[in-house]
Design a protein around this ligand. Sequence first.
Ligand SMILES: [Zn+2]
Length: 131
Amino acid sequence: MKFVDHHCHLDFPQLAEDRAGVLARAREAGVGVLVTISTRIRRFPEILGIAEEHANVYCSVGTHPHNAHEELDIPLEEIVRLSEHPKVVAIGEAGARLLLQALDPRSSGGRVSPPYRRCAPDRSSAGDSHA
Ligand SMILES: [Zn+2]
């Protein structure tokens, strides 16, 4: 049986230092496909680069709710344009507004989620919510 890790962060420094080892251990554990999740659209080129480098790695495009205040100027059309790349399989991480705001008042998931909800139905890709 093959598994899909649909939410990992292969760009995070803790994993990036040993990315080849992480991917090898995932393969040994039966993980056939991984989706590395974008937390900042401005760092999307790095995420996409990881996905393009490995045939079994795909990615999302989006902004984590904790970082939403840094990227409110990015137009929805840009997110949609970036999501059209064949290695992009989801939009997010978008945020579970009420849960995040309850857990962390810094969260601004509510400001980010509505645009994502508007563009997701136009795409065949999934939304990836931080919950
Ligand atoms: Zn995440």
